[in-house]
Design a protein around this ligand. Sequence first.
Ligand SMILES: [Zn+2]
Length: 124
Amino acid sequence: MINSTNSKISRGIKCSICRSGIKDLRTMYQSRLKLGVICKTCRKHFSEDDIEMIVNLFFAFGGYFGQFDKSDFSMDEAIFEFAEKLSAGDSTFHAQNVKMWHKILTYGITPKEFLEELSVFANQ
Ligand SMILES: [Zn+2]
């Protein structure tokens, strides 16, 4: 039965960004690099470029958007950790940058929110 097979598959499909189940397959969005499918909500929240970056990060490092409680995230700590690892010389700027973005996303912070916070931080 084609229909029953399809409903089984659709029940198992999860958004590659937030891991919420995608019930209505007509509303899902496939990333350009075909690494994952994106739910309607994430499609609305992120730009196409953001989606590609986020999907790539979660594909490489695991985790998902909003995995950890947003209120546990500290901008000061993230920047301190970034600077500390960089000055320790055991990481390149690019590698550290990638790790920081991954961490930010697992705390459910969008790239836009982060850049806004970062500019506030930089102006202090
Ligand atoms: Zn999603």
